[in-house]
Ligand binder design. Structure first.
Ligand code: AMP
Ligand code: MG
Length: 337
């Protein structure tokens, strides 16, 4: 790691140790990090994001050996087996919900007895975590319900003069948030689609996709139906400009304003004519490319004062499930604006 980065990381460790916030690159999106054991510092995350206190944070640890910083160990046997079946996917874009270590202040878990935890794979995040004697609570570094940042510049844009120190880490490799799965029930249950495909996880646990994707059982109390997953809010990941999924979009007419289009394919001549701004993020419906560039494209078009943004759809398999999930939530703002 270049010397400059090392110095920045030491600066970040100091800020975090004193209860401050630092924006960090991860392989999913940029996170807004604080010492997860420091209640006031975590309070600052909620304040800066304008995040409702009912929405818990993801806690990041450096390695498996430090899972106990966030999680109550030892785990019950079955949970331990479930964890072992996916342990090699860490560091990576998989967040697991496990019993919380009582050392975490209540604000981190929104009062729940569970905690969402992961090991990120970005080298800068890993290095920072290894240098911190505490775990890091870090939700996405954007205002609540907005589009997650996938470049350092996005974070500065989002918070302006209130922006904390932003550690540079380039473009986020995945570009979509982590997949969240709870291990607190009889079988693993998916809480949020994300960068780790659901099909792959179901296979790892030897369960069907239907089981992994089942609805929360109403009788499961706090461990099930009441678990708050803000990533699942109807309006989320939404830019200010109205977003439309291609099939639902009104007829686009250049005489009635300038429209933007996010394409997952080579645009046709007609599309080039109709749209004032075209953003081609894949030429052949490649879901890895689409995921990597989608949030940056939404932000870019959001700056252009367009009438609306029309986005292509993709097949809902693998990563495509997370892409379509985010697009549905981003387009939910139409009806309310
Ligand atoms: P964000 O990084 O802004 O997407 O927020 C972190 C995500 O982790 C949210 O979607 C939270 O719902 C989820 N999360 C955090 N803690 C828990 C928990 N105890 N149970 C379920 N989901 C959680
Ligand atoms: Mg978020």
């Amino acid at each position: 790691m270049p010397l400059m980065d090392e110095q920045r990381i030491q600066q970040a460790v100091e800020i975090l140790s004193q209860g401050g916030l630092v924006a960090i690159p991860t392989e999913t999106v940029y996170g807004l990090a604080a010492n997860a054991w420091n209640e006031e510092a975590c309070h600052e995350i909620f304040a800066l994001k304008r995040r409702p206190p009912s929405n818990p944070l993801i806690v990041h640890v450096a390695q498996r050996g430090r899972l106990g910083d966030a999680v109550a160990l030892p785990l019950p046997d079955k949970m331990e087996q479930r964890l072992a079946a996916v342990a090699d996917l860490w560091p990576g874009p998989l967040t697991l919900v496990l019993p919380r270590n009582p050392r975490l202040p209540r604000i981190v878990t929104a009062g729940q007895e569970s905690v969402a935890v992961r090991i990120p794979s970005h080298p800068v995040a890993l290095k920072l975590l290894a240098c911190c004697p505490f775990p890091l609570a870090a939700p996405s570094a954007n205002r609540s319900t907005g589009v997650s940042p996938t470049q350092a510049e996005h974070v500065r844009d989002e918070f302006g003069g209130d922006a904390p120190l932003v550690l540079e880490g380039g473009d986020c490799r995945c570009g979509l948030e982590s997949t969240i799965v709870t291990l607190l029930e009889d079988e693993p249950r998916l809480l949020r689609f994300g960068a780790m495909p659901a099909e792959f996880l179901a296979h790892r646990w030897g369960i069907s996709l239907d089981v992994l994707l089942r609805e929360a059982a109403p009788s499961e109390g706090e461990r099930g139906s009441n678990t708050v997953v803000p990533g699942q809010l109807k309006i989320h990941y939404a830019p200010r400009t109205a977003v439309w999924l291609l099939d639902d979009a009104p007829p686009v007419d250049r005489r009635r304003g300038r429209w933007g289009r996010i394409c997952f394919h080579d645009p046709t001549d007609r599309e080039r004519e109709e749209y004032a701004e075209l953003c081609v993020i894949s030429r052949d419906d490649d879901s890895t490319e689409i995921a990597g560039r989608l949030f940056a494209a939404l932000r870019e078009l959001d700056h252009l004062h367009l009438e609306g943004i029309v986005v292509d759809k993709c097949a809902e398999i693998g990563l495509g499930r997370a892409i379509m999930d985010r697009l549905r939530r981003a387009s939910a703002n139409r009806s309310t604006s």
